[in-house]
Ligand binder design. Structure first.
Ligand code: PLP
Length: 426
């Protein structure tokens, strides 16, 4: 068989370009990570060839003796990585990603049009937590279920638990969802548990963003209080793209969660599991129990604090004033700036907003680079007043626009910094 570079040179060259982009730019998107070479080997293995509908020992296809071992190993490592007793907790490792994992939980626990409450997307929640606008039900989770989001207290940037409690008492949701895509603070699980119990609701945590930090025991542990915990596997956990659903083994609100959730994944929503991903996940979960993983996650959090502190020193307003985890949210509104323009200029300067594990002193330089990019964006915005984002981009790119030089200068300095950190192979 020819290699990829021989069989499809065009596609191969695009992968190499993307690899170079990842290598040169400062990747700061909080939902991304650089997985390990070992995980990539498992994901690129022969396991992609195999069908194995069903669960270990109960498959609808033959030839699954090794696949059964791989999936069982992955489940065992998942429970162990999150310090769970296998008599009390079970896990499904077959969901294809975070959104399908959440939807599988909803279809398992709820009837169509049952009520759910998750954090509103503009306040940091995820699409799959019931997002809708005043005009449109955007996510399938708000089309098939009735959603009433809870929100932040805008004066503190923290979840408004009081309002959540009052609204829950009136709305009487069947499910309350903790977890977020852009919330730099811990959730108050004991308080959410109390609210869920007071209205007879299930409590679920979507720990997609922070699962690496949970495994390393450096943020609040959702398992003590929640009935179900979902996660993606490719964010702070540093695994392949995928999802997991953890469920309590004892019945909750008279429901057998294990049967309901496993049936919701297959045959409810999916066919054959992606065995190559499950194998990659098993590799990642083994790593998640190592002392290096704990040191890495600890470093991520201290890097993030250093970045946040420097941004505050530079005069930026941070949502909630700081961070407990791996993400920092800068409120650009006091600068008369918006995220879209700042993002474009930073992109052109080789800063893709996200996080990476770099030593703390370098985080100060990262904050300074971000500051420079935002200053360039402010200057550019003023010089093309009142125009749309596309006009802004045209103006910024045009040769006569004198900001091109400062963007280029910033880009070269960022790329000089990032070449210090090697990435695994293709
Ligand atoms: N849940 C949360 C909290 C997320 O932030 C995300 C993605 O960013 C998801 C779920 C969805 O994951 P996926 O993109 O794998 O569907």
């Amino acid at each position: 068989d020819p290699s990829l570079s021989e069989a499809d040179p065009h596609l191969y060259s695009l992968i190499i370009k993307e690899k170079e982009r990842q290598f040169k730019c400062l990747e700061l998107i909080a939902s991304e990570n650089f997985t390990s070479r070992a995980v990539m080997e498992a994901v690129g293995s022969c396991l992609t060839n195999k069908y194995s509908e069903g669960l270990p020992g109960k498959r609808y296809y033959g030839g699954n003796e090794f696949i059964d071992e791989i999936e069982t190993l992955c489940q065992r490592r998942a429970l162990s990585a999150f310090h769970l007793d296998d008599k009390k907790w079970g896990v499904n490792v077959q969901t294809l990603s975070g959104s399908p994992a959440n939807f599988a939980v909803y279809t398992a626990l709820l009837k169509p049009h049952d009520r759910i409450m998750g954090l509103d997307l503009p306040h940091g929640g995820h699409l799959s937590h019931g997002f809708m606008t005043s005009k449109r039900r955007v996510s399938a989770t708000s089309i098939f279920f009735e959603s009433m989001p809870y929100r932040l207290d805008e004066s503190t940037g923290l979840v408004d638990y009081e309002m959540l409690e009052k609204t829950a008492t009136l709305f009487r949701p069947k499910l309350i969802i903790a977890g977020a895509s852009a919330y730099p603070r811990d959730f108050d699980f004991p308080r959410m548990r109390k609210i869920a119990d007071s209205v007879g609701a299930f409590l679920m945590m979507d720990m997609a963003h922070i699962s690496g930090l949970v495994a390393a025991s450096i943020v609040a542990d959702p398992f003590e209080y929640c009935d179900v915990v979902t996660t993606t596997t490719h964010k702070s956990l540093r695994g392949p793209r995928g999802g997991m659903i953890f469920y309590k083994k004892d019945p909750v609100l008279d429901m057998d969660l294990e049967t309901a959730i496993n049936n919701a994944v297959f045959p409810g929503l999916q066919g054959g599991p992606h065995n190559h991903t499950i194998a990659g996940l098993a590799v990642c979960l083994q790593h998640a129990e190592s002392p290096e993983f704990k040191a890495y996650q600890t470093q991520v959090v201290s890097n993030c604090r250093a970045l946040a502190n420097r941004l505050v020193e530079l005069g930026y307003k941070l949502v909630s004033g700081g961070t407990d985890n791996h993400l920092v949210l800068v409120d650009l509104r006091p600068l008369g700036m918006d995220g879209a323009r700042a993002e474009k200029i930073l992109d052109m300067s080789s800063i893709t907003l996200n996080k990476n594990s770099v030593p703390e002193s370098d985080c100060i330089a990262v904050a300074d680079f971000i500051h420079e990019g935002v200053q360039i964006a402010i200057k550019a915005k003023d010089s093309v007043k009142g125009k749309k984002l596309n006009d802004f981009m045209e103006a910024v790119k045009s040769p006569e626009f004198n900001l091109k030089e400062s963007i280029l200068d910033l880009k070269m300095r960022v790329e000089g910094m990032t070449t210090k950190f090697p990435l695994p192979g293709v």
